[in-house]
Design a protein around this ligand. Structure first.
Ligand SMILES: NC(=O)c1ccc[n+]([C@@H]2O[C@H](COP(=O)([O-])OP(=O)(O)OC[C@H]3O[C@@H](n4cnc5c(N)ncnc54)[C@H](OP(=O)(O)O)[C@@H]3O)[C@@H](O)[C@H]2O)c1
Length: 288
């Protein structure tokens, strides 16, 4: 059995990979680690771990993901998102493993107003986005076999995210203002995890950048409205422009990702974001 290391295994995506790995539908032996047992910024621990376990592939789900806090904690953010990714890529090279780095739509943040292609110019405008781009570049330059999967607006029944916040606020309040001029696509982490498992089973596939999100397009307002409606919450959602909801870190107004490359390369069919949302909400209802 080929060995797969998943770093950041206690996060949203790491947990979804863990759930799918337990189904035993693929021929991999998984190692799930997180900061307490394998800190990706600790080069000597990484070296020891890799020489002992010699993974065949590594999915790096470990990241500093607090986008607004990153503006104040930039050193830690760069340490995890850039240096940690760089160390991992180096260890992958030492044992001949392929690395799959998870990254973000926020690296684009340009003026383009149609689905973003992998070849489009990047223009990160926050500490988080810039640190992720630096991590991507380190991983890509370490080996032509490495993949960078850029995704957007990730949520899951695990961890903290927009969906859970909306459910809580929807239960507490009669109305809510949500930004309507940031356009992108929500991604159910379980669907991304499924795609990653398919990618693992193609170890010889071409390296480089790929995009993954669910299908469809939404504003945060559309997403919030759908959450209230599926949950049957009476809370009224009002659309507001970004300027009425200022945040420390700037977000792109348009970051819909084109998925043509990943769909064609791995023969993927990607569900619409509303399907992902329904699936996640139904798991949350069951307390899973
Ligand atoms: N969430 C989104 O909306 C979104 C959107 C686009 C792209 N992405 C990307 O998708 C990937 C997965 O995101 P996610 O939502 O699953 O993130 P997440 O839930 O925040 O999980 C990240 C995990 O990494 C761990 N971690 C932090 N520092 C570490 C270190 N030094 N060594 C090892 N593990 C460490 C975190 O532990 P602690 O919690 O203890 O810090 C956490 O368990 C990330 O690369 C992220 O940048 C996320």
């Amino acid at each position: 059995m080929k060995k797969v290391l998943v770093t950041g295994g206690n996060g949203q995506l790491g947990n979804e990979l863990r759930v799918l790995s337990k189904l035993g539908n693929d021929n991999h032996q998984y190692f799930f680690t997180d900061v307490e047992d394998l800190d990706i910024t600790n080069e000597s621990d990484l070296k020891d771990w890799f020489s002992k376990n010699k993974p065949d592939q590594v999915i790096n789900c470990a990241a500093y993901t607090a986008v607004d806090k990153a503006e104040e904690n930039s050193s830690l953010c760069y340490l995890i998102n850039q240096t940690g990714a760089e160390y991992l890529a180096k260890e992958c090279n030492n044992v001949g493993a392929r690395m799959i780095q998870i990254s973000t739509d926020y690296v684009y943040h340009n003026e383009i107003n149609r689905p973003l292609q992998e070849s489009d110019p990047t223009h990160p405008q926050s500490v988080y986005a810039n640190s992720k781009l630096e991590g991507d570049l380190a991983v890509l330059s370490a080996s032509l076999n490495n993949l960078v999967i850029r995704t957007s607006w990730v949520y899951s029944s695990f961890g903290h995210n927009f969906v859970k916040t909306m459910i809580r606020l929807g239960q507490e309040r009669d109305s809510l203002n949500v930004v309507c001029d940031q356009i992108g696509t929500p991604t159910y982490a379980r669907h991304l995890a499924q795609a990653l498992i398919t990618i693992l089973s193609h170890p010889e596939s071409e390296g480089g950048i790929y995009h993954f999100s669910n299908e469809g397009v939404a504003s945060w307002y559309d997403f919030a409205t759908a959450i209230m409606s599926i949950e049957g919450l009476a809370c009224q959602v009002f659309p507001i422009p970004t300027e009425q909801y200022p945040t420390p870190a700037a977000r792109p107004l348009y970051s819909v990702l084109s998925k043509e490359k990943i769909k064609g390369s791995f023969d993927l069919t990607i569900p619409h974001w509303r399907e992902g949302l329904k699936e996640c909400l139904s798991l949350l209802k069951k307390g899973q």
